[in-house]
Design a binder for this molecule. Structure first.
Ligand SMILES: [Zn+2]
Length: 350
């Protein structure tokens, strides 16, 4: 894994502790939640927003955001940092104490359409999707997945064909000064569009592909790898917030047809490649009330899930199960074969 410097680690320690807790699936109310580290019946774990720490008054579990992730997900320090770095953009954009979600503006809608409408699915992306992940070509093309594979400078030139410098800055697409400007996206990356049930483009999630780039010399490779190690794996572009992926499928479902509910986009595309109809919850722990309503509106009551073999997968399963019980849906749980962390891995290996 990635060499991280002091400043990166400090940044992760500054991620809002309650946002991190919610991202992990803990139900935070008035700065308290049930302590996951002992059999807790009344919320004994409290958060200090000021110190950005947690502390359990029963079992004396305590620490900062990195400790919380380490202990809750049973990860090493380095893995916990990586997890937080991956989730960073989402925690920041999602975690607003007042729980308001901003709608994308007209600019954002134009921006998403411009990217998805004009960029190709490049060779790095094709290699990743078809050779590595073994996804189905029709599925990928139906989902309208594209990629950015040019340099940051080229990408900026491309965006300037359609948008003004002021717009790009104002909406957070471009930052930096003069000749050191850079784009929000870490490139090369996949661009994964999120559509509403009615098919309007509401957001884009990028998935970094830079770790797959190969260079001719060891020196060039090392230089690139040092940069690539800092890139977040997934980012939601400005204006978009985590939402259910592949919502338009809800319109096509017949009343008894199987609907697979997956954790994250990768699993969803894997399940779809196997010929099933699927949606993805953006992360294990993120079944917001809005998403519950959407799920409950599915025309079918025949739900299926193959949870990831980890704590986060279990958390998602429980949240979906509760929603199924509330809405009278039948939820079938499938067990992944031994050694397969998630469906995507199972699909790749089959
Ligand atoms: Zn405790």
């Amino acid at each position: 894994m990635t060499p991280m410097d002091r400043a990166d680690i400090d940044k992760l320690r500054e991620l809002p502790i309650e946002g991190v807790a919610e991202r992990l699936g803990l139900n935070v109310k008035r700065h308290h939640c049930l302590c996951p580290f002992h059999g807790d019946r009344t919320p004994s774990l409290s958060f200090s927003v000021k110190r950005n720490t947690y502390r359990c008054w029963s079992c004396s579990a305590r620490g900062d955001p990195i400790d919380l992730v380490r202990n809750y997900l049973n990860k090493s320090f380095v893995e916990a940092c990586q997890w937080l770095a991956d989730e960073n953009a989402i925690i920041i954009s999602e975690y607003k104490p007042e729980k308001t979600m901003t709608q994308p503006t007209k600019f954002h809608a134009d921006f998403y359409s411009f990217l998805i409408g004009n960029l190709p699915l490049g060779s790095l992306a094709q290699d990743f999707l078809f050779n590595d992940r073994k996804y189905n070509h029709d599925v990928v093309s139906r989902l309208d997945i594209k990629s950015v594979e040019c340099s940051g400078r080229r990408l900026l030139d491309f965006l300037r064909q359609r948008f003004t410098e002021e717009q790009l800055q104002e909406y957070g697409i471009v930052s930096g000064q003069a000749d050191r400007k850079h784009c929000f996206f870490w490139s090369p990356c996949l661009l994964i569009p999120y559509f509403s049930v009615d098919g309007s483009l509401e957001g884009i999630q990028s998935r970094y592909l830079g770790t797959r780039m190969r260079f001719n010399t060891a020196e060039a490779q090392a230089k690139h790898d040092a940069i690539a190690a800092k890139a977040p794996r997934f980012q939601f572009s400005p204006g978009s917030h985590p939402m259910i992926f592949n919502l338009p499928v809800l319109k096509d479902l017949k009343p008894d047809e199987e609907l697979w509910i997956t954790e994250g986009v990768s699993d969803c595309i894997g399940v779809m490649s196997s010929g099933r109809k699927a949606i993805a919850i953006p992360s294990a722990t993120l079944l917001t009330s809005k998403n519950k309503v959407l799920l409950a509106s599915a025309p079918t009551r025949n739900w299926h899930i193959a949870p990831d073999q980890d704590q986060a997968g279990e958390t998602l399963f429980q949240a979906i199960e509760a929603t199924a019980n509330e809405t009278g849906a039948k939820l079938t749980r499938h067990q992944l074969p031994e050694g397969c962390k998630d469906f995507s891995e199972y699909w790749k290996r089959r």
